[in-house]
Design a protein around this ligand. Structure first.
Ligand code: PGA
Length: 257
């Protein structure tokens, strides 16, 4: 019912030439692939070139961030229409690095989500708790706060355009993945919160897991009933390893374990 969505978040990695080589290799690998959506979120500078390179492939593009205003005197920022112009269908919003390193608040994230939806693109809304918050038993409280603010302005009719990403901050870039059970518990909480806002439409919203997803753990994470995809950082930089994650329905082999 929910088409799984595997997205590569390259963060501040890959120049244009490297991005093009990756896209070329990946598009050959996935040419016969069905039943899964594949998204690349490169740095802004590679989007223009990638738009042409992926045009005749199933690969979709995403921005890693966006400004909430349509245009204006915002030096260094990128608007939603600029992202659409270079082929983006998705935008990552509220990634924990944006929240922690660049001071993005729940309120700002909410404005971005609303603006992205209004413009007809799809936000990948990231939520997740720190280690300190988890250890203090505050995980669900934090998720509730992030979700209720971010989803406040979202109408039920727009909700199917949303993608959620549950990314426990303690698992990002640390090699420390949430266990499948722990991921499922948080995803179930997110799904129930979505049901509260959007009723049965919540069953059509995809919830990705993010945080040290690798070829060796994608299978068991994706086997959880409320895990509908992955947002992959480090392991998405190499086409072979990203492709192995895209093939999440194959149990890990000796090579990928
Ligand atoms: P990671 O990053 O896979 O390197 O942990 C995930 C993310 O930040 O989206």
């Amino acid at each position: 019912m929910r088409v799984p969505i595997i997205a590569a978040n390259w963060k501040m990695h890959k120049r244009v030439g490297e991005a093009l080589r990756f896209a070329e290799q990946l598009s050959v690998m996935i040419q016969d692939l069905e039943g899964v959506e594949v998204v690349l979120a490169p740095p802004f500078t590679a989007l223009g070139a990638l738009k042409e390179a992926v045009a005749s492939t199933p690969i979709e593009l995403a921005g890693q961030n966006v400004h909430a205003e349509p245009e204006g005197a915002f030096t260094g920022e990128i608007s939603i229409s600029m992202l659409a112009d270079v082929g983006c269908r998705y935008v990552i919003v509220g990634h924990s690095e944006r929240r922690q390193l660049f001071g993005e608040t729940n309120e700002l994230v909410a404005r971005k989500v609303a603006a992205v939806l209004k413009a007809g693109l799809r936000p990948i809304l990231c939520v997740g708790e720190t280690l300190e918050q988890r250890e203090a038993g505050r995980t669900f409280e934090v998720l509730e706060e992030q979700l209720s603010t971010a989803l406040d302005g979202v109408a039920e009719t727009q909700a199917t355009e949303l993608v959620l990403a549950y990314e426990p901050i303690w698992a990002i870039g640390t090699g420390r993945t949430a266990t499948p059970e722990l991921a499922q518990e948080a995803h179930k909480f997110v799904r129930e919160r979505l049901r509260k806002g959007f009723g049965t439409t919540a069953d059509r919203i995809r919830i990705q897991y993010g945080g040290s997803v690798k070829p060796s753990n994608a299978y068991s994470l994706m086997a959880q009933p409320d895990v509908d995809g992955a947002l992959v950082g480090g392991a998405s930089l190499d086409p072979e390893s990203f492709y192995a994650i895209i093939q999440f329905d194959r149990p890990p082999t000796e090579e990928t374990a």
